[in-house]
Design a protein around this ligand. Structure first.
Ligand code: CO
Length: 475
C-alpha cells in the first residue's frame, strides 16, 4: 500500500495537497530549526497543535480524515530561535491502531470482524483519539475530540499523562473540542449531548483545578443536531442547531460510524437556542434558513440584538467531502461564507449578511481580549478558487477588507493570533501557522505580522506535518 501511494504521489503536481494527507509516523525532537527572517524576541512560549498524523491501520486507509490518530507538534520559541518536537498521543485508539486493530470514531465504519453491531456511541467504547483541539485549564493541558475523554499531556515533552476523568457523570456521550473560557469564573464552558429516549443538550462549566462540572443549563431535544462548536457572548450561550440531526435510537443500533447516523434535512431551519449564562434560562429559540457550520467566530450583544459570526456552508456536504481515498479528500471543499447573523432577541427577527468574500475556515481572533465582545479582526485559512485551503486571510469585519498571504505550492493551516505584550491595538501581534510546502516536501512554521500581514520569519520543520485542525499558543 505504501509503495502504491508513493507512486501515485510522484505523479501528482507539486501544487496538489496530497502530501498533507499522508501519515507522518516519525516522532522527533530538534533543538534548533533553520530560521529564515526574524522571529520576534517577545515570542517566548510555544505553539502546540494536534493533527491526525496516522491515517492507516494495517494496510487499510482510514475512512474519514477526522479519524486520523492524534499526534502533537510543538514549536518552542526562545530568543528568536525555534525548537520542534512531535509525538503521538498515547491513547487506547493509538495502541489499537498500532496493533492493526480497527479504529472507530467519527466517519470510519467499525470493522465488523472485530466489532459487534452494538459497538456504538451508547457503549463505553468511545474513542479517546483526541485529535481536534487542545486547551489549558488551570495548570493542565488537555487534547480533545468530540467524546468526553480529554487526554492530558505534558506541554514541554508532549508525553501523555492520561485521560482526564470527570468526577461527575453529567457529561453525556458527545461534546465539542471547542470549549469557551469564562474569564470571570476561570472556567471551561462546553456543552454535551446525552442520548436516550429523552435526549438533552447539557451546558456546563469546568472550573480550573476541578474535575467536577457545574451544570449551567439543560435543554430537551428529540433529534439532536451535530454541532462542532457553539457561540458565547457576555450574557448568552448560543447553540446553532443545523438541520443535520440524528435519531438517538438509530445511533445506538445502526452499527454505522457516528456521523453516518446524522441526516441532512433539506428545507428544515437552523435554530439558534440562546441560553442565559447566569440563570440557565432559555432566552429564546430563533429560526433562520437552514445552513451548516463547524466554527463560530465570535458573538456579542449590541442593544437588543445578538450578533453571531460564523463560517457558514450551504449544507453539510463538507463532511462527505472529507472522506479519504489514497490521495486525500474524495471531493473538493464546498465554498463557505463568513457570515454575520443578527438576532432580535425580543422581535425574533433573524437577519444575515456576508462579512467578506471568499471561502474561509479555521477562524481565530484575539480570543483573550475580544471573545464575547465587539471586535474587528478575524484570521482564517482560506481557499482562493476551487481546491484545498491555500492562503491565510485577515478580515476587517468593520470594513469588509481582506488581506491575504499565499505562496505557490503552499497550504497553510489555522492561523493563530498571538498578542504582542504591552500593545493595545487589536491586531498588534503575530500570526503563527504551520504551512505544508509541497515543493520542498516538508512543512514550515510561518510567522506573520498580524497588523500588516507581512511575513516576518519561517522555521523549517524536518518533515512534512499532516494537515490538522487546531492548536494553541501556550505562554
Ligand atoms: Co474545529
Amino acid at each position: 500500500m505504501f509503495s502504491t501511494m508513493a507512486t501515485a504521489l510522484s505523479q501528482v503536481p507539486a501544487t496538489d495537497p496530497a502530501l498533507g494527507f499522508q501519515s507522518q509516523e516519525e516522532e522527533i525532537a530538534v533543538e534548533r530549526l533553520p530560521v529564515e527572517g526574524r522571529v520576534p524576541a517577545w515570542l517566548t512560549g510555544s505553539l502546540v497543535r494536534v493533527t491526525p498524523a496516522k491515517l492507516e491501520v494495517g494496510d487499510r486507509r482510514l475512512g474519514h480524515w477526522f479519524d486520523g490518530l492524534a499526534a502533537l507538534n510543538r514549536f518552542g520559541f526562545h530568543d528568536g530561535a525555534v525548537s520542534y518536537r512531535s509525538r503521538f498521543l498515547d491513547t487506547e485508539a493509538y495502541r489499537k491502531a498500532r496493533r492493526g486493530e480497527g479504529v472507530t470514531g467519527f466517519g470510519t465504519d467499525p470493522c465488523r470482524s472485530i466489532f459487534q453491531r452494538v459497538q456504538s456511541i451508547f457503549s463505553p467504547e468511545l474513542t479517546d483519539n483526541a485529535n481536534v483541539n487542545l486547551v489549558r485549564i488551570g495548570e493542565r493541558h488537555i487534547a480533545m475530540t468530540e467524546t468526553p475523554l480529554p487526554i492530558e499531556f505534558d506541554e514541554e515533552t508532549l508525553a501523555t499523562v492520561g485521560p482526564l476523568r470527570f468526577a461527575d457523570k453529567d457529561g453525556g456521550q458527545v461534546t465539542t473540542a471547542h470549549p469557551h473560557h469564562d474569564r470571570a469564573r476561570d472556567e471551561l464552558v462546553n456543552y454535551s449531548v446525552r442520548f436516550s429516549g429523552k435526549s438533552e443538550y447539557r451546558l456546563w462549566g469546568l472550573p480550573a483545578g476541578s474535575s467536577s462540572r457545574r451544570r449551567i443549563a439543560s435543554l430537551k431535544v428529540d433529534r439532536p443536531a451535530y454541532m462542532h462548536a457553539f457561540g458565547m457572548s457576555e450574557r448568552y450561550l448560543i447553540l446553532a442547531e443545523y438541520p443535520l440531526r440524528v435519531n438517538p435510537l438509530a445511533l445506538a443500533f445502526s452499527g454505522r460510524a457516528f456521523i453516518k447516523n446524522y441526516r441532512w434535512q433539506p428545507g428544515e431551519a437552523t435554530r439558534f437556542q440562546v441560553i442565559d449564562r447566569e440563570t440557565g434560562a432559555l432566552r429564546g429559540t430563533y429560526e433562520t434558513d437552514g445552513f451548516f457550520c463547524f466554527h463560530h467566530v465570535n458573538a456579542f450583544e449590541r442593544g437588543g440584538e445578538l450578533v453571531v459570526d460564523l463560517v457558514a456552508f450551504e449544507d453539510a456536504s463538507i463532511i462527505d467531502s472529507l472522506y479519504l481515498d489514497e490521495r486525500g479528500p474524495v471531493a473538493t471543499l464546498p465554498p463557505s461564507e463568513l457570515r454575520r447573523y443578527t438576532i432580535g432577541l425580543d422581535s425574533g427577527v433573524v437577519r444575515h449578511e456576508p462579512l467578506a468574500e471568499g471561502t474561509v475556515e479555521l477562524p481565530r481572533i484575539d480570543y483573550g481580549r475580544r471573545n464575547t465582545r465587539d471586535y474587528r479582526f478575524a484570521y482564517f485559512a482560506g481557499a482562493a478558487g476551487q481546491g484545498w485551503l491555500n492562503r491565510l486571510v485577515k478580515v476587517d469585519t468593520d470594513r469588509g477588507e481582506v488581506a491575504s498571504w499565499s505562496e505557490p505550492g503552499c497550504f497553510p493551516g489555522e492561523p493563530i493570533f498571538v498578542r504582542a505584550p504591552g500593545e493595545d491595538a487589536e491586531d498588534a501581534g503575530a500570526i503563527l501557522s504551520v504551512v505544508l510546502d509541497t515543493r520542498a516536501g516538508r512543512s514550515f512554521l510561518l510567522v506573520l505580522d498580524a497588523g500588516s500581514f507581512d511575513e516576518l520569519a519561517r522555521a523549517e520543520a524536518p518533515h512534512h506535518i499532516p494537515f490538522g485542525f487546531h492548536g494553541q499558543y501556550l505562554r
